[in-house]
Structure formats: C-alpha cells, structure tokens
Design a binder for this molecule. Structure first.
Ligand SMILES: [Zn+2]
Length: 405
C-alpha cells in the first residue's frame, strides 16, 4: 500500500492506494481534495489532482473533512477523472450550515462550490462522466459524536445514509479499518442561542435561526441597512462560539492487526530520495488524518485510544497552525506531514515545527513543489518472516491462528 501526501500547497489531498499486485486487492481511499488558489483563479494543485487517478481507477471512499474551499475545491476535477463509489462527510448542523455561509460570503474564494455542496450534495457529487445515473456515489454522513456512543462496525460495501461518529468502517478483504470522528463541540447550538440572548442589541433576542426566512434576511442585510450590518454582527457572535476550523472529520486509518503490516520506506525530496522510518514507528502503519481540526480540543489519543499504539503517522492539523497544536497528542518519532503553501496566516508556525522536532518527530512540509510529495510504502509482512517473528517473540495468539487458518 502506498499512502501519499500530494504536493498541492495550502490545502489537503491524501490517498491510500492498495494494489492487486502488492496487496491482493485494488482499493483507493482519498481524504480531502482541495488546494490554494492562484491569482488567476486556478488552484495550486489542479494538475496534481488531474494526474493522480486514471479513468481506470476507482475511488472506494472519499472522505471530506469539512467544507473550507482549500479542502474541497478540486473535488470536481477528481469526479471528472474517475469513478467515486462512496463519499463520507460530516453531518452539518444548522448552526454550522449558517457559519459556512457566513464564512463564504466574507471570503474571496471559489465559494460557489461550497454553496453547491451545502445546497444539494446529491447533484454536486453526481458530476463528471463516471459518476452519474446508476454509478452515482453513495453519500454517507457522520453524526456529531455523543457521549457513551455505541460503536457500530460496518462493512464498507454496506455503508449507507447516516452513521454514528466513531463507527468502524471495515474492509474485510484486507482487514483494514477506517474510523471517522465528527467531534462534537459541546452543544454548539445551545451556546449559540445563549450568545444571541446575551447580545446588547435586543434585535438578536428574538432571532430564531431555524427560521430560513429570518436567516436569509440577515444574510442580505448589509445591502438594506449598511449602518447596522446584521450579517457582520452575526459573524461576530459566531466567532465567540466556534471557529469553523475546529470542526473537521478526523479519520483513523489502520490495519486490524498492526503486526501484519510495516512501513518499509518513505519517499520525499524527489523520486529517488528514499529514507527509512525510525525503528520506533516502522511497526506502526496506521495514520490519523486530522484536516483542520484542533488537537487542543479533540484529544486524538483518547478518542482513538484502542488503536493509538498503531499510529506512526499524524497529519499535522490546519497547515501547521499554532492555534490547533498540542504536542501531547504526538508520540515521539511520529511521522508528521504538514500541507502548506503560500498563505497570509504564517503557516506553518515555526513554534509547531520546533515543538515537533524537539519531540523527535519526523516533519515533512508538503508544499506545491513536486519534490515535496511524501509517499509512505507500507507492506504486509511475508508469512515466513512473520512465522520467524512469532517463534522469536513466543505466543502471538491471534496472529498465528490467522496465518495457519
Ligand atoms: Zn485548510
């Protein structure tokens, strides 16, 4: 299997590609598909996305972390390159929906894409020659996490509709799992209502945001009455409650039994530049894709406690922003790719890089320079090697049973 962090600059486009020859099955997973925007309106990753998959490829799962343009603006390119079987998105609450719109209106970007996704997901993902009619992708939404949630295990082929956060999505043919978490920011809706009630302008006390007409009127507001910019006020109220970037679908990807897989090599800095993973992470083939989430808030070590010891790779969230950083969530020597490009926010933060390096993590900046593509080659351990390992380490119960049977 190859895990690829594509060089798209300030965005995110990652894939895991299992192949028939290497792994006995063709299987592709993509996490996010967006990039920074050039002055001429094209994105810094357009050609990278266009060339990543051929018309013969199929993407079995496309995870979308959240609807910021740098994570979704190249999805149409992907949909015109090949067939996408399933799309997994976070289920967006009413508040987040409005927040998305607010965010979009005040940014100059390709926001038509986001509005299309919010408005009508079905037809958005039903574009490109490969994804129409009977071939249209199945859309699955992940509910915000709840306390004491029951974990469901679902085979990939049977996935449909709305699933709970922390569901185990399993591919039995390779014994590989994906676990998406739509981290619930403690009662966003309730906090939002509270802020409205506390506002000094009584106008807000009676606003009901589940009323579409009221919301639309507020959105159109600056044109009506520039002195009282209700839209800007609403955005301010929002900022007190939630930062849009905090809300990303975080995905764990890893084998059911980590002992069967190993990271063999890392390719970064040009095709011929091969390095080898540190022995501490070699046997940790799993990865956590974090999108733009906030590790200060969402403690991935707890959330993925049952698998954390399998994790050798963590995508550093939010393009290396200091605001989303918490070093305690990384084990020493973790492989840490950071997607980053030209930006006005100072990403990646030198403090984050310093902190990770100090923790002996291996940091890779994945920019839009084609030499900055990071590829992890992850392979199944050969059976003979595994048998020797078992002999040396003694009883490894499950593993020996599985390989003998
Ligand atoms: Zn981003």
């Amino acid at each position: 299997m190859e895990r690829i962090f594509y060089p798209i600059g300030q965005g995110a486009f990652y894939a895991e590609r299992f192949t028939e020859e290497e792994d006995g099955i063709n299987f592709n997973m993509v996490y996010d598909c967006g990039a920074g925007i050039h002055l001429n309106g094209t994105t810094t990753g357009h050609n990278v996305v266009r060339n990543a998959f051929s018309s013969k490829d199929e993407i079995d799962i496309l995870f979308v972390s959240h609807l910021d343009t740098d994570h979704v603006n190249e999805i149409p390119t992907l949909l015109t390159s090949c067939k996408v079987k399933k799309v997994i998105l976070p289920l967006v609450s009413r508040s987040k929906y409005i927040l998305n719109i607010l965010n979009i209106i005040n940014t100059n970007g390709q926001y038509d894409i986001i509005i299309k996704i919010l408005d009508d997901k079905e037809s958005f993902f039903n574009q490109g020659n490969f994804n129409q009619g009977n071939n249209k992708p199945e859309i699955i939404e992940v509910k915000p996490s709840e306390e004491n949630e029951e974990r469901e295990t679902k085979e990939i082929d049977s996935l449909k509709g709305v699933i709970s956060s922390n569901s185990i999505i399993k591919n039995s043919k390779i014994n590989w799992i994906y676990v998406p978490i739509n981290y619930n920011q403690n009662n966003l809706e309730a906090k939002f209502k509270d802020e409205l009630k506390k506002h000094s302008d009584p106008f807000w006390h009676t606003v009901d945001l589940s009323d579409d007409k009221q919301v639309c009127d507020i959105m159109k507001d600056p044109m009506k009455d520039p002195k009282k910019n209700r839209r800007a006020q609403l955005k301010k109220i929002y900022k007190k409650v939630c930062d849009i970037n905090l809300c990303s679908l975080v995905v764990y990807s890893g084998p059911l039994d980590k002992r069967l897989w190993q990271i063999k090599s890392l390719v970064y800095g040009g095709v011929k530049t091969v390095t080898f993973p540190n022995k501490d992470v070699k046997d940790k083939p799993a990865c956590i894709f974090t999108g733009d989430s906030d590790l200060k808030n969402m403690k991935i070590k707890n959330e993925f406690a049952s698998y954390y010891s399998h994790v050798g790779t963590i995508q550093v969230p939010h393009h290396g922003s200091e605001d989303n950083h918490d070093i305690s969530q990384y084990d020493k020597k973790t492989i840490c790719p950071i997607s980053v490009g030209e930006n006005k926010y100072g990403h990646p933060s030198p403090y984050v890089i310093g902190d990770l390096t100090h923790n002996k993590c291996q940091v890779f900046c994945v920019t839009s320079d084609s030499n900055h593509r990071l590829t992890e080659k992850i392979k199944k351990i050969k059976l003979t090697k595994l048998r020797n390992l078992i002999r040396r380490r003694g009883n490894m119960g499950g593993v020996s049973r599985r390989i003998n049977g």
